[in-house]
Ligand binder design. Structure first.
Ligand code: SAH
Length: 259
Protein backbone atom coordinates (compact mmCIF):
# COMPACT_ATOMS: atom_id res chain seq x y z
CA UNK A 1 0.00 0.00 0.00
CA UNK A 2 1.65 3.26 -1.06
CA UNK A 3 1.23 5.71 1.75
CA UNK A 4 1.94 9.22 0.65
CA UNK A 5 0.98 12.70 1.75
CA UNK A 6 1.23 15.73 -0.50
CA UNK A 7 2.04 18.95 1.34
CA UNK A 8 0.72 21.50 -1.09
CA UNK A 9 0.83 25.30 -1.25
CA UNK A 10 -2.46 26.84 -2.34
CA UNK A 11 -0.91 30.24 -3.01
CA UNK A 12 -2.07 33.54 -1.55
CA UNK A 13 -5.74 33.34 -2.48
CA UNK A 14 -6.29 34.04 -6.17
CA UNK A 15 -7.11 30.58 -7.57
CA UNK A 16 -5.24 31.46 -10.77
CA UNK A 17 -2.03 31.59 -8.76
CA UNK A 18 -2.28 27.88 -7.97
CA UNK A 19 0.44 25.78 -9.63
CA UNK A 20 -0.37 23.09 -12.17
CA UNK A 21 1.24 20.57 -9.85
CA UNK A 22 -1.06 21.61 -7.01
CA UNK A 23 -4.03 21.16 -9.34
CA UNK A 24 -2.81 17.65 -10.22
CA UNK A 25 -2.35 16.68 -6.58
CA UNK A 26 -5.83 17.99 -5.76
CA UNK A 27 -7.38 16.12 -8.65
CA UNK A 28 -5.86 12.85 -7.35
CA UNK A 29 -6.76 13.45 -3.69
CA UNK A 30 -9.10 11.28 -1.66
CA UNK A 31 -8.80 13.48 1.41
CA UNK A 32 -7.87 17.18 1.60
CA UNK A 33 -6.98 18.80 4.91
CA UNK A 34 -7.23 22.57 4.51
CA UNK A 35 -6.04 25.56 6.48
CA UNK A 36 -8.34 28.52 6.85
CA UNK A 37 -6.20 30.87 4.76
CA UNK A 38 -6.90 28.66 1.76
CA UNK A 39 -9.44 30.12 -0.65
CA UNK A 40 -12.29 27.60 -0.98
CA UNK A 41 -12.42 28.36 -4.71
CA UNK A 42 -9.41 26.07 -5.26
CA UNK A 43 -11.48 23.12 -4.07
CA UNK A 44 -13.16 22.99 -7.46
CA UNK A 45 -10.10 20.93 -8.43
CA UNK A 46 -10.98 18.11 -6.02
CA UNK A 47 -14.75 17.62 -6.39
CA UNK A 48 -14.67 14.00 -5.23
CA UNK A 49 -12.42 14.41 -2.21
CA UNK A 50 -13.38 14.48 1.43
CA UNK A 51 -12.57 18.00 2.70
CA UNK A 52 -11.53 18.46 6.31
CA UNK A 53 -10.98 21.99 7.64
CA UNK A 54 -8.14 22.08 10.15
CA UNK A 55 -7.58 25.83 10.35
CA UNK A 56 -5.93 27.50 13.27
CA UNK A 57 -6.05 31.26 12.95
CA UNK A 58 -4.65 33.26 15.83
CA UNK A 59 -7.31 33.96 18.41
CA UNK A 60 -9.81 31.47 16.98
CA UNK A 61 -10.60 27.95 18.03
CA UNK A 62 -7.78 25.89 16.67
CA UNK A 63 -7.07 22.34 15.66
CA UNK A 64 -4.08 21.06 17.61
CA UNK A 65 -1.08 20.26 15.45
CA UNK A 66 -0.87 16.77 16.97
CA UNK A 67 -4.41 16.05 15.80
CA UNK A 68 -3.56 17.17 12.25
CA UNK A 69 -0.51 14.89 12.30
CA UNK A 70 -2.59 11.93 13.37
CA UNK A 71 -5.28 12.57 10.76
CA UNK A 72 -2.70 12.63 7.96
CA UNK A 73 -1.12 9.45 9.27
CA UNK A 74 -4.40 7.61 9.63
CA UNK A 75 -5.60 8.38 6.10
CA UNK A 76 -2.19 7.69 4.57
CA UNK A 77 -2.06 4.29 6.30
CA UNK A 78 -5.49 3.53 4.87
CA UNK A 79 -3.87 3.96 1.46
CA UNK A 80 -5.71 7.17 0.71
CA UNK A 81 -4.16 9.94 -1.34
CA UNK A 82 -3.88 12.73 1.22
CA UNK A 83 -3.35 16.38 0.36
CA UNK A 84 -2.49 18.79 3.14
CA UNK A 85 -3.37 22.14 1.57
CA UNK A 86 -1.83 25.26 3.08
CA UNK A 87 -2.07 28.95 2.28
CA UNK A 88 0.88 30.36 0.35
CA UNK A 89 3.89 28.05 0.36
CA UNK A 90 3.89 25.05 2.71
CA UNK A 91 7.42 25.79 3.88
CA UNK A 92 7.14 29.52 4.54
CA UNK A 93 5.78 29.88 8.06
CA UNK A 94 3.58 26.94 7.21
CA UNK A 95 4.93 24.03 9.22
CA UNK A 96 5.54 22.07 6.02
CA UNK A 97 8.99 21.07 7.20
CA UNK A 98 7.72 19.89 10.58
CA UNK A 99 4.92 17.86 9.06
CA UNK A 100 7.19 16.22 6.48
CA UNK A 101 9.64 15.28 9.21
CA UNK A 102 6.96 13.89 11.53
CA UNK A 103 5.47 11.79 8.75
CA UNK A 104 8.91 10.67 7.54
CA UNK A 105 9.75 9.40 11.02
CA UNK A 106 6.68 7.16 10.73
CA UNK A 107 7.58 5.83 7.32
CA UNK A 108 5.19 7.99 5.34
CA UNK A 109 6.54 9.50 2.16
CA UNK A 110 5.75 13.16 1.53
CA UNK A 111 5.90 15.32 -1.53
CA UNK A 112 6.12 19.08 -1.15
CA UNK A 113 4.52 21.30 -3.77
CA UNK A 114 5.44 24.99 -3.87
CA UNK A 115 2.85 27.67 -3.55
CA UNK A 116 3.32 31.39 -4.08
CA UNK A 117 3.92 32.79 -0.65
CA UNK A 118 1.80 35.74 0.47
CA UNK A 119 4.73 38.10 0.91
CA UNK A 120 5.93 37.71 -2.65
CA UNK A 121 2.41 37.73 -4.07
CA UNK A 122 1.32 40.79 -2.11
CA UNK A 123 4.29 42.84 -3.20
CA UNK A 124 3.96 41.90 -6.83
CA UNK A 125 0.19 42.53 -6.87
CA UNK A 126 0.98 46.04 -5.62
CA UNK A 127 3.73 46.50 -8.22
CA UNK A 128 6.42 46.56 -5.56
CA UNK A 129 9.63 44.99 -6.84
CA UNK A 130 11.08 43.36 -3.73
CA UNK A 131 14.52 43.47 -5.27
CA UNK A 132 15.51 46.35 -7.48
CA UNK A 133 18.89 46.97 -9.00
CA UNK A 134 20.69 49.70 -7.09
CA UNK A 135 17.97 49.90 -4.44
CA UNK A 136 17.43 46.54 -2.76
CA UNK A 137 19.82 43.66 -3.25
CA UNK A 138 17.85 41.16 -1.26
CA UNK A 139 14.68 40.28 0.56
CA UNK A 140 14.25 39.00 4.09
CA UNK A 141 11.07 37.17 5.07
CA UNK A 142 10.34 37.25 8.79
CA UNK A 143 7.46 36.51 11.10
CA UNK A 144 6.58 38.94 13.85
CA UNK A 145 4.81 36.15 15.69
CA UNK A 146 7.31 34.18 17.71
CA UNK A 147 7.14 32.44 21.05
CA UNK A 148 10.38 34.13 22.00
CA UNK A 149 10.53 37.83 21.03
CA UNK A 150 14.26 38.00 21.51
CA UNK A 151 14.91 35.31 18.94
CA UNK A 152 14.70 37.76 16.03
CA UNK A 153 17.50 40.29 15.77
CA UNK A 154 15.53 43.31 14.54
CA UNK A 155 18.57 45.54 14.91
CA UNK A 156 20.47 43.45 12.40
CA UNK A 157 17.42 43.44 10.13
CA UNK A 158 17.21 47.23 10.37
CA UNK A 159 20.74 47.48 9.08
CA UNK A 160 20.74 44.56 6.68
CA UNK A 161 19.98 46.62 3.57
CA UNK A 162 17.38 44.17 2.29
CA UNK A 163 13.67 44.68 1.81
CA UNK A 164 11.85 43.29 4.84
CA UNK A 165 8.67 41.30 4.36
CA UNK A 166 6.91 40.74 7.65
CA UNK A 167 4.26 38.05 8.13
CA UNK A 168 1.83 38.00 11.06
CA UNK A 169 2.71 41.57 11.91
CA UNK A 170 -0.68 43.30 12.29
CA UNK A 171 -0.85 42.90 16.06
CA UNK A 172 2.83 43.77 16.47
CA UNK A 173 3.17 47.03 14.57
CA UNK A 174 4.21 49.04 17.64
CA UNK A 175 6.95 46.59 18.59
CA UNK A 176 8.21 46.32 15.02
CA UNK A 177 8.48 50.10 14.70
CA UNK A 178 10.19 50.42 18.05
CA UNK A 179 12.72 47.71 17.30
CA UNK A 180 13.57 48.92 13.80
CA UNK A 181 13.96 52.53 14.97
CA UNK A 182 16.18 51.28 17.78
CA UNK A 183 18.22 49.54 15.09
CA UNK A 184 18.68 52.93 13.35
CA UNK A 185 16.37 52.30 10.43
CA UNK A 186 15.39 55.77 9.16
CA UNK A 187 11.95 56.91 10.35
CA UNK A 188 11.01 57.88 6.79
CA UNK A 189 11.61 54.36 5.42
CA UNK A 190 8.62 53.49 3.21
CA UNK A 191 6.20 50.80 4.36
CA UNK A 192 3.42 49.08 2.43
CA UNK A 193 0.77 47.14 4.33
CA UNK A 194 -1.11 44.72 2.11
CA UNK A 195 -4.26 43.01 3.31
CA UNK A 196 -5.84 40.00 1.57
CA UNK A 197 -3.19 39.99 -1.12
CA UNK A 198 -4.32 38.72 -4.52
CA UNK A 199 -7.97 38.47 -3.52
CA UNK A 200 -10.74 40.68 -4.93
CA UNK A 201 -10.90 42.52 -1.60
CA UNK A 202 -7.14 43.19 -1.45
CA UNK A 203 -6.33 46.55 0.17
CA UNK A 204 -3.03 48.36 0.46
CA UNK A 205 -1.91 51.19 2.70
CA UNK A 206 1.31 53.10 2.03
CA UNK A 207 3.06 54.68 4.96
CA UNK A 208 6.45 55.12 6.60
CA UNK A 209 8.13 53.39 9.49
CA UNK A 210 7.31 56.34 11.76
CA UNK A 211 3.66 56.65 10.73
CA UNK A 212 2.72 53.02 10.11
CA UNK A 213 1.01 52.35 13.44
CA UNK A 214 -1.33 55.35 13.18
CA UNK A 215 -1.90 54.83 9.45
CA UNK A 216 -2.76 51.14 9.96
CA UNK A 217 -5.20 52.14 12.67
CA UNK A 218 -6.88 54.78 10.49
CA UNK A 219 -7.00 52.26 7.63
CA UNK A 220 -8.42 49.58 9.99
CA UNK A 221 -5.79 47.12 8.77
CA UNK A 222 -6.77 43.54 9.50
CA UNK A 223 -5.11 40.15 9.27
CA UNK A 224 -4.16 38.51 6.99
CA UNK A 225 -1.73 41.18 5.93
CA UNK A 226 1.93 41.48 5.13
CA UNK A 227 4.22 44.44 5.61
CA UNK A 228 6.84 45.42 3.08
CA UNK A 229 9.45 47.68 4.65
CA UNK A 230 12.13 49.33 2.54
CA UNK A 231 12.76 51.84 -0.22
CA UNK A 232 11.00 49.71 -2.83
CA UNK A 233 7.69 50.19 -0.98
CA UNK A 234 7.75 53.93 -1.68
CA UNK A 235 5.70 54.25 -4.75
CA UNK A 236 2.36 52.69 -5.67
CA UNK A 237 2.94 52.94 -9.41
CA UNK A 238 6.69 52.59 -9.84
CA UNK A 239 6.23 49.84 -12.39
CA UNK A 240 3.97 51.80 -14.69
CA UNK A 241 4.81 55.46 -14.24
CA UNK A 242 8.40 56.38 -15.14
CA UNK A 243 7.92 59.91 -13.78
CA UNK A 244 7.36 58.48 -10.31
CA UNK A 245 10.39 56.19 -10.45
CA UNK A 246 12.41 59.30 -9.65
CA UNK A 247 10.60 59.53 -6.33
CA UNK A 248 11.38 55.90 -5.61
CA UNK A 249 15.05 56.37 -6.26
CA UNK A 250 15.30 59.56 -4.25
CA UNK A 251 13.76 57.84 -1.24
CA UNK A 252 16.15 54.96 -1.78
CA UNK A 253 19.03 57.38 -1.73
CA UNK A 254 17.92 58.93 1.57
CA UNK A 255 17.67 55.41 3.02
CA UNK A 256 21.08 54.37 1.83
CA UNK A 257 22.76 57.34 3.52
CA UNK A 258 21.78 55.82 6.84
CA UNK A 259 22.78 52.30 5.91
N1 SAH B 1 2.42 29.73 4.40
C1 SAH B 1 1.85 31.05 4.25
C2 SAH B 1 2.04 31.91 5.47
C3 SAH B 1 1.23 31.43 6.66
S1 SAH B 1 1.47 32.45 8.05
C4 SAH B 1 2.46 31.70 3.01
O1 SAH B 1 3.44 31.20 2.48
O2 SAH B 1 1.94 32.72 2.58
C5 SAH B 1 0.02 33.48 7.98
C6 SAH B 1 0.39 34.89 7.59
O3 SAH B 1 0.65 34.96 6.20
C7 SAH B 1 -0.70 35.92 7.83
O4 SAH B 1 -0.72 36.36 9.17
C8 SAH B 1 -0.28 37.02 6.90
O5 SAH B 1 0.81 37.76 7.43
C9 SAH B 1 0.24 36.22 5.71
N2 SAH B 1 -0.78 36.01 4.69
C10 SAH B 1 -1.30 34.86 4.28
N3 SAH B 1 -2.17 35.04 3.27
C11 SAH B 1 -2.19 36.37 3.03
C12 SAH B 1 -2.86 37.21 2.10
N4 SAH B 1 -3.70 36.72 1.17
N5 SAH B 1 -2.62 38.53 2.15
C13 SAH B 1 -1.76 39.05 3.03
N6 SAH B 1 -1.10 38.32 3.94
C14 SAH B 1 -1.30 37.00 3.94
Amino acid sequence: MSAKVWLVGAGPGDPELLTLKAVRALSEADVVLIDDLVNDAVLEHCPGARIIAVGKRGGCRSTPQAFIHRLMLRYARQGKCVVRLKGGDPCIFGRGGEEAQWLGERGIETELVNGITAGLAGATQCAIPLTLRGVARGVTLVTAHTQDESSLNWQALAQGGTTLVVYMGVAKLCEIREQLLAGAMPAETPVAMIENASLAHQRECRSTLMAMVEDACAFALKSPAILVIGAVAANPSCASDPARQGALFSVAHVGSQHA
